[in-house]
Design a protein around this ligand. Structure first.
Ligand SMILES: O=C[C@H](O)COP(=O)(O)O
Length: 355
C-alpha cells in the first residue's frame, strides 16, 4: 500500500525544525490562530525556506481570501510563489465565481504548484474537480473550515473520502485529507491511498494554536508507517497470531440475483475474524494495534457501492479489502441474508495472505 505523506502545518522556521525531526514529509506554513487557512507573511515563508534548506517540500496557504476577490487571490498566491506549492481555499461561492477564480489562477505565470482546498463542513462542490485539473492545479484536498466543530470523518463517511481520492487520481490530481484528524483516524484514511494526510491540532501538546510537539509528530509518523507497511512488521517469533473479530454487524444492503430482490434493500449480517500480528506486550496506543474500524469501514464501503448480485461476491471483496493490510495474515468472512429464510442464508469463506 503506498504511504501517504505527512503534511504538518507550522507557523514558521522553529516549528518546521520540530516537525522535520518528528518525521513530517511536507512543511505546511499556516497561521492556525487565523481560522482554517490563515496565511503567514511572505517573509516567514522565506525564512522557513532558508531554514529547511531543501530537506522537505514546503507548502503555504494563500489565506482566507474569498473566491469573488480574484485580484486579491491572485496576488496572495503570487506573493508565495517561492513555496513548492500553495494551498488555495475553495470557500463557499457561486459556481461561476469559483470557476472564474480557478481559471484566473490557472493563467498565472510562474505560479507554484496549486492545491485546492475543499471544506467538508461547508457543502463542497466537488464537481469542480475536473475544472481544477483542466486549469493545471497539482492537487486537491478535503479539510474542515470550522475547527473545533468535528473531524473530517464527522462530515464525510470513509467511503465518500475514498471516492474523492479515487476521482482525484483519475483526473491526475494529488489528493490530501485533513480536518481535525485524530490518531485513530489515521489508519482508516491511510488505507484509502491519499497522497498526503494533513495535521495541525493532533501535532500540538494541547490546542491548535499551541506549539507543535515532536513526540506527537512522531506518533502520527509511526501510525502512517504501521498502517501502510512502511514500518518493519512486529516481531512474531512464535508464528502465532491474535484474532480480531467483528461479530453480528447487520446493515441494509441492495443484494440478490432475483428480480424480487432488485430495487430494495434487505438485512445482511457480517461476521469477520482476522488473524493479525501478535499484539506486543508493551502495546499502549492505536499505533501499536490493528483497528477493528478498518473492518467496519470495509463493510460500510461495500454497503455504499450499490447493488451486488451475490453474497459470495461481497465475501470475496471483503476478504480482499481486509487482507490488503499487511498486518492481517488470514481472514474468515461470513455474509448472511436475514430476510429470505427462516433464519439466515449465506456463505462463509476463509482466505489467507499468499504474498
Ligand atoms: O492542512 C492541514 C491542516 O492544517 C489541518 O489542521 P487541523 O488538523 O488542526 O484540522
Amino acid at each position: 500500500m503506498p504511504s501517504p505523506q505527512l503534511l504538518a502545518s507550522v507557523t514558521g522556521p522553529l516549528e518546521a525544525a520540530t516537525v522535520i525531526r518528528g518525521g513530517a514529509d511536507i512543511v505546511d506554513l499556516k497561521n492556525p490562530a487565523d481560522g482554517a487557512l490563515g496565511a503567514v507573511e511572505p517573509d516567514t515563508l522565506l525564512q522557513t525556506i532558508l531554514a529547511v534548506m531543501g530537506r522537505r517540500q514546503i507548502s503555504a496557504v494563500a489565506g482566507n481570501v474569498p473566491l469573488e476577490d480574484v485580484e486579491a487571490l491572485v496576488s496572495a498566491v503570487a506573493a508565495r510563489a517561492s513555496a513548492d506549492f500553495v494551498k488555495v481555499g475553495l470557500f463557499p461561492a457561486r459556481r461561476e465565481a469559483s470557476l472564474a477564480a480557478i481559471e484566473a489562477l490557472g493563467r498565472l505565470a510562474n505560479k507554484p504548484d496549486l492545491v485546492a482546498v475543499f471544506f467538508a463542513d461547508a457543502d463542497p462542490d466537488l464537481s469542480l474537480l475536473p475544472a481544477l485539473a483542466g486549469a493545471g492545479f497539482r492537487g486537491a484536498m478535503l479539510d474542515t473550515m470550522t475547527k473545533g466543530a468535528g473531524r473530517l470523518l464527522d462530515h464525510r463517511p470513509v467511503h465518500a473520502l475514498g471516492a474523492f481520492v479515487a476521482e482525484c487520481r483519475a483526473l491526475g490530481l494529488l489528493s490530501g485529507l485533513a480536518g481535525s484528524l485524530e490518531p485513530p483516524d489515521v489508519p482508516r484514511l491511510a488505507v484509502l491511498g491519499p497522497d498526503f494526510l494533513g495535521f495541525r491540532g493532533a501535532l500540538t501538546g494541547g490546542g491548535r494554536a499551541d506549539e507543535v510537539d515532536e513526540r506527537a509528530v512522531r506518533r502520527i509518523r509511526r501510525l502512517i508507517d504501521a498502517t501502510t507497511g512502511a514500518a518493519p512488521a512486529a516481531a512474531n517469533e512464535t508464528g502465532e497470531h491474535d484474532l480480531i473479530r467483528v461479530t453480528d454487524f447487520t446493515l441494509p444492503l441492495a443484494i440478490g440475483a432475483y428480480a424480487h430482490e432488485r430495487g430494495r434493500e434487505q438485512r445482511v449480517r457480517f461476521d469477520v475474524e482476522a488473524a493479525i500480528d501478535r499484539i506486543r506486550s508493551d502495546a499502549e496506543g492505536v499505533e501499536d494495534v490493528y483497528s477493528y474500524d478498518l473492518i467496519l469501514d470495509a463493510i460500510r464501503g461495500l454497503a455504499a457501492r450499490g447493488h451486488t448480485d451475490l453474497v459470495e461476491r461481497l465475501a470475496l471483496d471483503l476478504a480482499d479489502a481486509v487482507l490488503a493490510d499487511r498486518r492481517v495474515h488470514a481472514v474468515r468472512v461470513r455474509v448472511e441474508k436475514l430476510d429470505l429464510g427462516p433464519d439466515a442464508v449465506g456463505i462463509e469463506i476463509r482466505r489467507r495472505r499468499t504474498s
